[in-house]
Ligand binder design. Structure first.
Ligand SMILES: [Zn+2]
Length: 242
């Protein structure tokens, strides 16, 4: 590992997250870069930090950490993730999950859009990118499909993690049909908008939402002449409610 002075100089020279060169082990890169930024931020947040120190901070920033005096650019996030997963696609399918959060299944934004970050997402060195699309009824499907390159699959949410009402299979099928207007079936993956963690809803609701995904997909599969998938969980014999 490089000495601290060298690391600090590299981290600050051009606003890049990582000053280390390509010889550096990939597993160390993000950790080291994070530590450098943290250390740099601590130093620059101190009263009396020199102008030279402040010039080390990254520019072109959209993310602002309120309690410290530095920001991380979108470019830096892209670079960090790509360094972290470099070479991984040769070994497995790499996914990037995106969502707008779900504390206690509450909406924390009244309006949101993927549009500003779509070019950045497409630059990620991953195989699949997930998008929330159920919560806004697929409003941004055309833009998402146009922005994501064909070497990537697109995973769309077809059930919401913020509504307690379980989607009906017909609703799910309608959203899938809409997505197929823009995305080839072999590149389309179905999921929930986000996970059902954080105790946002009961396990039973989450269970039936997952069933709705498969039941809705089966409707479309049948329309396309594809074999349907067995859903033991939808079999009345195994119902959790009577
Ligand atoms: Zn999520």
């Amino acid at each position: 590992m490089e000495d601290r002075a060298t690391a600090d100089r590299q981290a600050g020279e051009d606003g890049q997250l990582l000053g280390a060169d390509d010889r550096q082990d990939g597993c160390q890169s993000v950790l080291q870069g994070s530590l450098r930024i943290r250390d740099g931020a601590i130093g620059c947040a101190q009263p009396g930090a020199s102008p030279a120190c402040r010039r080390r901070l990254p520019r072109d920033c959209i993310h602002y950490a309120a309690d410290i005096d530095w920001e991380i650019s979108t470019e830096t996030y892209v670079e960090a993730l790509n360094r972290e997963v470099r070479g991984l696609r040769d070994k497995t399918e790499v996914w990037c999950h995106t969502c707008w959060g779900n504390p206690l299944a509450q909406r924390i934004e009244s309006s949101y859009s993927y549009k500003p970050v779509l070019p950045y997402l497409d630059r990620l060195d991953v195989d699949v990118i997930t998008f929330e699309t159920a919560d806004n009824s697929g409003a941004e499907l055309p833009e998402i499909a146009a922005a994501v390159s064909r070497d990537k699959k697109i995973c769309i949410g077809v059930v919401s993690h913020r509504t307690l009402q379980v989607e009906q299979p017909d609703e799910v099928a309608a959203l899938i049909r809409n997505a197929l207007r823009y995305i080839e079936p072999e590149r389309l993956v179905l999921s929930s908008d986000c996970g059902f963690g954080r105790q946002g809803m009961s396990r039973l609701r989450a269970f039936y939402k997952m069933i709705a995904i498969v039941a809705g997909a089966n409707i479309v599969r049948e329309e396309l002449g594809l074999p349907k998938v067995a859903i033991p969980a939808a079999d009345p014999r195994y119902s959790l409610v009577r």
